[in-house]
Design a protein around this ligand. Structure first.
Ligand SMILES: NC(=O)c1ccc[n+]([C@@H]2O[C@H](COP(=O)([O-])OP(=O)(O)OC[C@H]3O[C@@H](n4cnc5c(N)ncnc54)[C@H](OP(=O)(O)O)[C@@H]3O)[C@@H](O)[C@H]2O)c1
Length: 236
């Protein structure tokens, strides 16, 4: 049965692939981006325009959709700025925690009535960095650890309302973000040893397709032969 699914960060990367996959199978996609231009060519039924750096605007943008039912919310949008704790600026801490955590919490909050009305599903695209943090990952890993906590709290709170919550913890897949992270670390990158964006999107789709008497709470995903993200030379 077709579902109504909201995907954040649907203009490129994993979010765009998800919007394409869901639309192709007949779902009504609500594509989110920070501006209309980012959604050019993205198949969708409706659009949600909101800059996640300014979460105070999310409630009004969502209210304008007048959504009574929402089957799934996929929290996909995110940013990663790599720097050690000693070198990460206050501005990047604020931006990263705002986009990756505060906006995610706010969007979840305002959409909960529509999700409850559909016994809906909230999917958090987390990261391996949400389970373990290493040197250089500081603000990104902190933000992903925070949305692990957010997802785990939400699951316990909403089980009685029939809302399902899944966190995906992918290692690395081929998008702008992965290329940028490798560049920031000065790490080698081998595209043949990274997961494709289509495979990660498929994992999200399968998560939503699970039988109604079960839910996948957490899914850890890695390429079969991962190339670790490691600086070629470490400065001290
Ligand atoms: N790629 C990987 O290897 C990897 C691994 C583990 C986890 N992840 C996670 O997977 C998710 C998707 O990543 P990706 O690789 O597809 O990243 P990506 O290609 O860099 O795309 C990020 C998306 O987030 C949107 N976004 C960023 N800041 C925003 C803001 N302030 N307001 C609205 N939208 C904003 C971007 O929109 P704009 O086009 O407007 O910038 C873009 O659509 C992220 O949560 C990431 O942390 C990725």
């Amino acid at each position: 049965m077709p579902k109504t699914i909201l995907v954040t960060g649907a203009g490129r990367g994993l979010g765009r692939t998800l919007a394409e996959l869901f639309s192709a199978r007949g779902d009504a996609v609500i594509a989110h981006a920070r501006n209309e231009g980012a959604l050019e060519g993205v198949p969708c039924e409706r659009r949600l325009i909101a800059d996640l750096e300014h979460p105070e605007g999310i409630a009004d943008a969502v209210a304008a959709l007048e959504l009574e039912h929402l089957d799934a919310l996929v929290h996909n949008a995110g940013i990663a700025h790599i720097a050690p704790v000693g070198g990460q600026s206050l501005e990047w801490w604020r931006r990263t925690l705002t986009v990756n955590v505060v906006a995610v919490a706010e969007l979840t909050r305002v959409l909960l009535p529509a999700l409850r009305a559909s016994s809906g599903h909230v999917v958090f695209v987390n990261s391996g960095a949400g389970l373990a943090a290493g040197p250089g990952w500081s603000s990104y890993a902190a933000s992903k650890h925070a949305i692990k906590a957010l997802a785990d709290s939400l699951r316990g709170e909403e089980q009685g309302a029939g809302v399902r919550v899944t966190s995906l913890y992918p290692s690395h897949f081929k998008t702008d973000m992965q290329r940028s992270v490798r560049e920031q670390f000065g790490s080698d990158y081998d595209l043949d040893r990274a997961t494709s964006v289509e495979s990660i999107a498929r994992a999200v789709v399968e998560t939503l397709n699970m039988p109604s008497d079960m839910v996948v709470n957490d899914m850890r995903i890695e390429p079969p032969n991962p190339l670790p993200i490691r600086p070629r030379a470490t400065e001290r």
